[in-house]
Design a protein around this ligand. Structure first.
Ligand SMILES: *Cc1c(COP(=O)(O)O)cnc(C)c1O
Length: 242
């Protein structure tokens, strides 16, 4: 545990300096298997089931019923907000410390992000801080499991359930993190993930929404991947509303 005086900003010895920078992101080193997967997709003429296999493996690893793959986590949160029909004047409580991707979809759908402070010990929102900024217009809470640490979820879920509010977990920085035996993203109503090169679980790009609700999964898929349409076999895309 750091004490205040140890931190370089307060005069302590820096862990990193100009001659000892942080590890660089590029060039990336990919395992051989990565190229095999790309080849499989290309050689199959885009009919490979590699994505389905990933979805099954990720669902099993998380212990969740549905995985919807999307472009990135910004799209995942956007699809989550849209799938819940949140919009004009609805308020969504969002962690004050996060990536802009946690907020962009809220704004894009016309909802109002309301920022909740975090616990100074782990950078994660708490039920107490969330409650301080909730109003009768609050429709959802986006918690962020920051830097590989989990939010204390039980009290947050209690607050949300009491008022019928949806809980979205932004798990970009904590895939497969655990809280009381449950995996990140399976405690609230939906979990959002990024597979960006900077994240713990990288696919060079990509994201996912996980949920145990078939209805939410269907709506997320429709918004994020089917351009608002249903796919009818032998017919094609049938544009229907939510
Ligand atoms: C990176 C990140 C995002 C955005 O993810 P993208 O896949 O880049 O859109 C959202 N939330 C958190 C906490 C992140 O770290």
């Amino acid at each position: 545990m750091f004490v205040r005086g140890d931190l370089a900003v307060f005069g302590g010895k820096p862990v990193r300096g100009r001659d000892d920078p942080l590890p660089q992101l590029f060039p990336r080193v990919f395992p051989r298997k990565a190229l095999d997967y790309v080849r499989e997709v290309v050689e199959s003429g885009l009919t490979s089931d590699v994505e389905e296999r990933f979805k099954r493996a990720f669902a099993e690893a998380c212990g969740v019923k549905n995985v919807v793959t999307v472009a990135n986590c910004t799209a995942a949160v956007h699809a989550a907000i849209a799938s819940l029909n949140l919009g004009s004047r609805d308020e969504v409580v969002v962690s004050a410390i996060s990536d802009y991707g946690s907020v962009a979809g809220v704004i894009a759908e016309g909802a109002i992000p309301v920022f909740s402070d975090v616990d100074v010990r782990n950078g994660c929102v708490t039920a107490e801080e969330v409650e301080k900024v909730m109003t009768p217009r609050t429709k959802a809470i986006i918690v962020v499991h920051w830097y590989g640490l989990m939010c204390d979820m039980d009290p947050i879920i209690d607050v949300a359930r009491e008022r019928g509010i949806i809980v979205i977990e932004d798990c970009c920085q904590n895939p497969l993190g655990e809280y009381k035996g449950r995996k990140a993203g399976t405690i609230g109503d939906l979990g959002c993930f990024s597979f960006d090169p900077e994240k713990h679980l990288s696919a060079g790009g990509g994201g996912a929404v996980i949920t145990n609700s078939d209805e939410i999964a269907r709506r997320v898929e429709k918004f994020a991947n089917l351009r608002g349409a249903e796919f009818i076999p032998r017919y094609g895309r049938m544009h229907t509303s939510f």
